[in-house]
Ligand binder design. Structure first.
Ligand code: KIV
Ligand code: ZN
Length: 516
């Protein structure tokens, strides 16, 4: 490894998925893993295999498909966790086991109810046990930034002696400041024997909005791996955002002369993928990937940009894969042009029948909407792709809305059988959702209902996201249509269809007892 190389360790599928409401299906995780490999992620933490059957399967399937990116699984200092980790990762030629245990007095006393000596014994056990399965063992002292510094040095030295090859320093509760975090990492480099033989890693949470700043401070102190997530998703306020770390290094390479393997042009697509799968919108002013990150509104800025882009642009939108919305085609465009467009948008494997179906949908859309943009086609095709797996389909919807009351007349095809109902509720969306519930009885909690416009203008397609929950299982549905109410019905049905798939894959009860 080059001295100035920074290893990008992505934990979107593990720490990211721990965001309340961000659960993803197996298919979605596989799709993300493939996109991240394409992005150039070095290590991908695909899950916590002992936590649930779903996590186990995801790590297992992902470890079968990755060829360049190294798959990794998380395990506590417990035999069963380490065994499950190995069982799920063993399909890959090279994999990493990441094992951790808390080291702060607070966590050891209240969470683990263990003494410092007992924790040292568990470090020895877990690292040595993991080492039987792979040479690539990462060890983390959880809550490292609130750990007594002498004891932290002792645990890190111990983990290295037992065979850890990466030492990760988690700021578990996002408590550190950049100078603080830099000092902790420097201290380890100054005091721990053989620290130069392992890779030191940052793992920084964003509770004080310092996740990225702390990761960069860690790098300047000598860390050569960063743990991060796309869009910064993760527990509570999230983790350090991959796109921000990578672009900070790239843009300020004069101050941070490091390299990563990330193909920055793929950042925007990965960010959109994670947002659509989790149903977590990207805040408009989010650095790098927000809708406004490259928008220039004020006259003075626009004038400067026209004269020389560098006046107000420190990196180009193209460098992170943001392409200007291009007007694709109108209703006169032909099938051939549409097929080429699909390929350019990343749908190269459509058979002729699928192209015909999508082309018909595109023509219908072009009849309703003057300008059809790339984003419209992506929304239309993605929406259509889900259909094949659906057991519930929307046949027709008619809604009456306005000041005199609201009602929805809805017809669904459920397992191939059509049925209809008419319902009224508190507004048109409530009426539609009641109608669906009447035809397909279920007992779920609606956690989120959200509408976004895909492009500009009142004729824009609406993308609706719906998040539902049933017995702890979360499902996010999405759909797009020029009619917001049709999109709402389809999104709700999409979430139900995904939930039905999840029901079929019910995980057995969590087998392990309380945390160590
Ligand atoms: O934040 C944390 O401490 C973690 C560890 C499991 C690495 O995510
Ligand atoms: Zn974490």
């Amino acid at each position: 490894m080059k001295k100035n190389q920074i290893i990008i360790f992505d934990t979107t599928l593990r720490d990211g998925e721990q965001s309340p409401g961000a659960s993803m299906s197996l298919e979605e995780k596989i799709q993300i893993a493939k996109a991240f490999e394409d992005l150039g992620v070095d290590i991908l933490e695909a899950g916590f295999p002992a936590a649930s059957q779903g996590d186990f399967e995801a790590v297992s399937e992902i470890s079968k498909i990755l060829t360049k990116t190294v798959p990794c699984g998380l395990a506590r200092a417990v035999k069963n966790d380490l065994d499950r980790c190995y069982e799920s990762l063993k399909h890959s030629k090279h994999f990493r086991i990441h094992t951790f245990i808390s080291t702060s007095d607070l966590h050891m006393k209240f969470k683990l109810q263990k003494t410092r000596e007992e924790v040292l014994d568990l470090i020895k056990f877990s690292v040595e046990y993991a080492k039987q399965f792979t040479n690539d063992v990462e060890w983390s002292p959880e809550d490292a930034t609130r750990t007594d510094s002498d004891y932290l040095c002792k645990t890190v030295e111990h983990a290295i002696k037992c065979g850890a090859t990466t030492i990760n320093i988690p700021d578990t509760v996002g408590y550190a400041t950049p100078s603080d975090y830099e000092r902790i990492i420097k201290d380890l480099f100054n005091r721990v024997p053989n620290i130069d033989k392992v890779v030191v890693s940052t793992h920084t949470h964003n509770d004080l909005g310092l996740g990225v700043a702390n990761a960069l401070a860690g790098i300047s102190a000598g860390a050569r791996q960063v743990e991060c997530t796309i869009n910064g998703i993760g527990e509570r306020a999230g983790n350090a955002a991959l796109e921000e770390i990578v672009m900070a290094i790239k843009t300020r390479n004069d101050l941070m002369p490091y390299e990563t393997n990330i193909n920055t042009k793929k950042i925007s697509a990965c960010s959109k993928l994670v947002s659509s799968v989790t149903g977590f919108p990207i805040q408009y002013n989010k650095a790098i990937v927000g809708k406004n990150a490259f928008a220039h509104e004020s006259g003075i800025h626009q004038d400067g940009m026209l004269k020389n882009k560098q006046t107000y642009e420190i990196m180009t939108p193209e460098s992170v894969g943001v392409v200007k919305s291009s007007l694709v085609m109108g209703k006169h465009s032909g099938r051939h042009a549409f097929k080429e467009k699909l390929e350019a948008l990343g749908y190269p494997n459509f058979d002729e029948k699928k192209i015909d179906e999508s082309f018909k949908k595109f023509k219908d859309l072009a009849d309703k909407k003057k300008h059809v943009f790339d984003e419209d086609i992506v929304a239309l095709v993605d929406d259509d792709l889900m259909k094949d797996k659906n057991v519930i389909q929307l046949v027709s919807l008619n809604v009456v809305a306005g000041t005199k009351g609201q009602k929805a007349e809805i017809e669904l095809d459920i397992y191939g059988k059509k049925s209809k109902t008419e319902q009224s509720g508190d507004g048109p969306v409530d009426s539609i959702f009641k109608g669906i519930k009447e035809l397909f009885p279920h007992n779920i909690n609606l956690q989120l209902y959200q509408v976004h416009a895909v492009t500009e203008g009142t004729d824009a397609q609406a993308t609706v996201s719906v998040r539902i929950e049933e017995d702890g299982k979360i499902s996010v549905g999405q759909a797009a249509d020029t009619d917001t109410l049709v999109a709402s019905a389809k999104a709700y049905i999409n979430a139900l269809n995904k939930l039905i798939i999840k029901r079929k894959r019910t995980a057995p009860r969590d087998e392990f007892s309380a945390a160590v």
